[in-house]
Design a protein around this ligand. Structure first.
Ligand code: AQP
Length: 389
């Protein structure tokens, strides 16, 4: 896992900076590291190089939450509003990955897939500017995954943290390892195939994906060196300042769609009353006379400050200054609630509108699959030729 501090050091050590502009007038600033770029709202500016291919998926495993929104999908919208010249933005659902955890029945899953597309439209992704599709609609993902799996060592997969977290394994000598399903263990190989299939250059994700994207880069190198080619480019990870939103009930772990305790998550589609109730019950601490950012000493309070900073695109210091006069938890939590309710009103209303228009969602999915499929088919034809098939 990359800690915020390590990441900042890594990024600032590169010393390279890059201007980025967003269509909404929002301007952000990105510092360029060799493999990770940090989107820094405080300095503003966001412009990807010509020809950039921005790619990211989200699992349709439940309602999108604040972590998905602030860590990933809001910036997808911002990037696609001003898509790079000669480049592409490709977003969708990771519905093949979604079945690596306990599965809902077919009808419920169908509904979750629709909801995921409706949520992406609701946060403002325009399907005329971006490709929006379901991973399962493009069979080339699975074929490239197979080719890449022949280049992936068990040791590399064993070092990945996600399968251990999802299977609740702390020690790899545990007996529980034998019961882990192959799909969960090899999840990062499919993820590498997703990214490389579109020759993606920039991958906007939350912090939990950093390790898997490093494997993607290694597999791109392994393919190139095995087949003596320069075919695959190594993609750059794009991280937002709110790259890790924590559970409201246990601020030592990340907010997660599949968390059994739904009070741990604020969903993008939550009604104001639900947001108020969840923030009121959010775990904080007993210090009520001041509210400061201190992730180790005060993780619950810090998480709420981080959420506000993410929504308002402010620095942590600016949010601390705004709340400096607060003298009790009720005032602090009401402040956070009001900001969340105002921010999520638009996406909630848009989500309801799209869910009432299923035929439009089908059309978006069909059109997206056709466009994604055309790119994927070309890549796979080239990959097969390189490999000698
Ligand atoms: N808590 C988070 N903070 C910041 N970013 C987050 N993301 C997820 N959780 C947080 C980012 O959202 C994108 C989509 O995530 P995903 O659904 O593909 O997978 P995930 O990371 O496993 O998300 P969840 O919510 O925890 O899903 P479940 O519970 O189904 O496994 C990614 O870019 C991710 O980094």
């Amino acid at each position: 896992m990359v800690r915020y501090k390590d990441l900042s050091n890594l990024i600032s050590s590169s010393g390279i900076t890059m201007q980025i502009k967003c269509g909404s007038g929002l301007r952000q600033f990105v510092r360029k590291a060799s493999t990770i770029q940090n989107i820094d709202y405080a300095n503003r500016s966001l412009k990807l190089p010509d020809g950039a291919v921005v790619f990211s998926l989200i699992q349709p495993t439940g309602k999108f939450h604040l972590g998905n929104y602030l860590g990933a999908v809001r910036v997808w919208t911002e990037l696609s509003e001003d898509a790079p010249a000669g480049g592409k933005c490709i977003f969708g659902t990771a519905d093949l990955h979604a079945i690596t955890i306990p599965k809902p029945d077919g009808n419920a899953f169908r509904q979750m897939r629709h909801e995921a597309i409706a949520s992406l439209l609701a946060v403002g992704i325009d399907p005329t500017k971006s490709i929006l599709f379901h991973q399962s609609q493009v069979p080339e993902h699975a074929e490239l995954c197979w080719y890449l799996s022949t280049l992936t060592s068990m040791g590399a997969l064993n070092r990945m943290t996600q399968w251990k977290t999802k299977a609740n394994i702390k020690d790899t000598s545990s007996e529980k390892v034998g019961a882990v399903k192959l799909g969960l263990f090899t999840y990062p190989v499919l993820q590498a195939a997703d990214v490389l299939l579109y020759k993606s250059t920039h991958i906007p994700v939350g912090e939990d994906q950093v390790q898997q994207l490093e494997l993607t880069r290694q597999l791109a190198q392994a393919f190139n060196s095995t087949y003596k080619t320069r075919y695959f480019r190594e993609p750059t990870t794009l991280l937002t300042p709110t790259r890790k939103v924590l559970s409201l009930q246990n601020p030592l772990k990340k907010m997660s769609k599949s968390d059994a305790n739904q009070n741990s998550c604020i969903c993008v589609t939550d009604e104001p009353d639900a947001i108020r109730r969840k923030i009121r019950s959010a775990v904080t601490d007993s210090i009520g006379h001041e509210f400061k950012y201190d992730p180790e000493g005060r993780p619950g309070v810090s998480n709420l400050i981080n959420i506000v900073a993410g929504i308002q695109k402010k620095t942590i210091a600016a949010v601390e200054a705004d709340i400096a006069g607060f003298k009790d938890h009720a005032t602090f939590k009401n402040y956070v609630t009001d900001i969340l309710v105002a921010e999520l009103r638009g996406p909630r209303e848009e989500f309801a509108r799209y869910m009432n228009d299923k035929s439009y969602i089908y059309e978006v999915e069909r059109n997206g699959a056709e466009r994604a499929g055309a790119i994927a088919a070309k890549t796979l034809a080239e990959v097969r030729a390189i490999m000698g098939y």
